[in-house]
Design a protein around this ligand. Structure first.
Ligand code: CAA
Length: 379
C-alpha cells in the first residue's frame, strides 16, 4: 500500500482547486438560479485539458491517469457540480468510449475535437421507458445497407443541446434483445435529429439536460462503434468508468459542504461560544469527515484498479453507492449546521444538497449499484 500522491497528481489537483475558486465560484449561484450552462468555464476547462484527461496526447488528450481524474472531479464538484457533470460525461462516457472501442477514423474525426475541448459529447442510453432497465431500448436503427435509419427518443441527456457529437444506443434487431443493440455516433445537425425542451431540474441546474428525438436519421454505416451487436456491452463497460466520475462528483459535493460547515462552525457564535465548541456540532463534523475519507478512498481504489487494467466494476459501483449516500447525508447535515442561513442561497449548502440528490440517480441509481455489487458478491 502506498497512500501518497505523485507530484504530478498534486499539481493537477491544485490546478483544479484554483480553477474552481477563481473560475467556477463567481457566478455559481446565478448559473444555478437561471439554469445557465457554464459555457465559458467549459471552454477554459477544455483548453486546460480537463475534457480529455485520460485520452492519449496522440488524440488530443492530456494522457493522465484515473487517479488524477478523481482528484479533479472532487475539486470541481466542491464548488460547481453543474460544471463537473459535463467534465465527467465528456471524459468517461464519450472520450473513453471512442478511444477504447472506436476505429482509427472515428478517433481522428470525433475523438480529437472532443478530447481537446473544441467540442462536447453526449451519451444517449436512457429512454422514456428505459432508465434503469437499460436493455429495453425502443430506439431502433434499421440496417439499410450503407446506412442505418435511426428512430426514437432519448431522455435526460446531459449536454443535450450543447454537444456536437452524440453516442446513441439503439436496437437493430429486437429478436436478439440486448445482443441486437448497437452504439452509433450521431452528429448534431443530421437531418431528422431534434433537441427537445430543456429539463427544469432540482439540482445541477447549470448543466443542460434534454430529450432528443430521432426521426429517420440516416447514420452512416461507418458511425457504428465496434462489431454488430456490441452496443449494450459498450454502454455497460463505459458506465463502469462513468461511475468513478460520478462517485468523485458526489465526494466533491460532500467535501465542499463539509469544508463550508467547518468554516461556519468556527465563525458562528451561539450561547456565548462558537458553534465548533458545541459537542453536537463537533460530532456532526467528525461523522462527516470520517465518511468523506472512506468515500475518497473508495473512489481512489476504483481509479487505481482501472489504471492497472484490473477489473473495477464492483469497486466503481461501491464507490458510487457509498459516495452518493455520503453526499446526501453530509449536505443535509451541512444545511442543519448552517441553520436558517443554510436554507438560503448565499451560503451554498442548499445548492450542494440539491445537487447531491442526482448522484444517487444518474449513471445507475443506488438500487442499480446494489444489483451490480450483489451479482459480484454472489457469483
Ligand atoms: N461490461 C460489459 N458487459 C456487461 C457489463 C459490463 N460492466 N455488465 C453487463 N454486461 C453484459 C452481460 O454480460 C450480458 O451479456 P451476455 O448476455 O452476453 O452475457 C449483458 O450485458 C446483459 O447484462 P445483464 O443480464 O446483467 O442485464 P440486465 O438487464 O440485468 O441489466 C443492469 C444490467 C446492470 C441493471 C443495467 O441495465 C444497468 O446498468 N442499468 C442502469 C443504466 C444506467 O446506468 N443508466 C445511466 C444512463 S447514463 C447517465 O446517466 C449519464 C448522465 O447523464 C450523467
Amino acid at each position: 500500500m502506498y497512500f501518497e500522491l505523485t507530484d504530478e497528481q498534486k499539481i493537477i489537483r491544485q490546478a483544479a482547486r484554483d480553477f474552481a475558486q477563481t473560475e467556477l465560484k463567481p457566478g455559481v449561484i446565478e448559473r444555478d438560479e437561471l439554469q445557465k450552462f457554464p459555457a465559458e468555464q467549459i471552454k477554459k476547462l477544455g483548453e486546460l485539458g480537463f475534457l480529455g484527461m485520460m485520452v492519449s496526447p496522440q488524440y488530443g488528450g492530456a494522457g493522465l491517469d484515473a487517479i488524477s481524474y478523481v482528484l479533479v472531479m472532487e475539486e470541481l464538484s466542491k464548488i460547481d457540480a453543474s460544471t463537473s457533470v459535463v467534465v465527467s460525461v465528456n471524459n468517461s462516457l464519450v472520450c473513453y468510449g471512442l478511444e477504447k472501442y472506436g476505429c482509427e477514423e472515428q478517433k481522428q474525426k470525433y475523438l480529437v475535437p472532443l478530447a481537446s475541448g473544441q467540442q462536447i459529447g453526449a451519451f444517449c442510453l436512457s429512454e422514456p421507458e428505459a432508465g434503469s432497465d437499460a436493455t429495453s431500448q425502443r430506439t431502433t436503427a434499421i440496417d439499410m445497407g450503407d446506412h442505418y435509419l435511426l428512430n426514437g427518443t432519448k431522455n435526460w441527456i446531459t449536454n443535450g443541446s450543447t454537444a456536437s457529437t452524440y453516442i446513441v444506443m439503439a436496437q437493430t434487431d429486437a429478436e436478439k434483445k440486448h445482443h441486437g443493440i448497437n452504439a452509433f455516433i450521431v452528429e448534431k445537425g443530421m437531418p431528422g435529429f431534434t433537441v427537445g425542451a430543456k429539463e427544469n431540474k432540482m439540482g445541477v441546474r447549470g448543466s443542460d439536460t434534454h430529450s432528443l428525438m430521432f426521426t429517420d436519421v440516416k447514420v452512416p454505416k461507418e458511425n457504428r462503434i465496434g462489431e454488430d451487436g456490441f452496443g449494450f456491452k459498450f454502454a455497460m463497460s463505459l458506465l463502469e468508468g462513468g461511475r468513478i466520475g460520478i462517485a468523485s462528483q458526489a465526494l466533491g459535493i460532500a467535501s465542499g459542504a463539509y469544508e463550508l460547515s467547518v468554516q461556519y462552525a468556527k465563525e458562528r457564535k451561539t450561547f456565548g461560544k462558537s458553534l465548533a465548541d458545541h459537542q453536537a456540532i463537533q460530532f456532526k463534523l467528525a461523522d462527516m469527515a470520517t465518511e468523506i475519507e472512506a468515500a475518497r478512498l473508495m473512489c481512489l481504489k476504483a481509479a487505481w484498479l482501472k489504471d492497472r487494467g484490473k477489473p473495477y466494476a464492483q469497486a466503481s459501483s461501491m464507490a458510487k453507492l457509498y459516495a452518493s449516500e455520503v453526499a446526501m447525508r453530509t449536505t443535509t447535515e451541512a444545511v442543519q449546521i448552517h441553520g436558517g442561513y443554510g436554507y438560503v442561497k448565499e451560503y451554498h449548502v442548499e445548492r450542494l444538497m440539491r445537487d447531491a440528490k442526482i448522484t444517487q440517480i444518474y449513471e445507475g441509481t443506488s438500487e442499480i449499484q446494489r444489483i451490480v455489487i450483489s451479482r459480484g458478491v454472489l457469483k
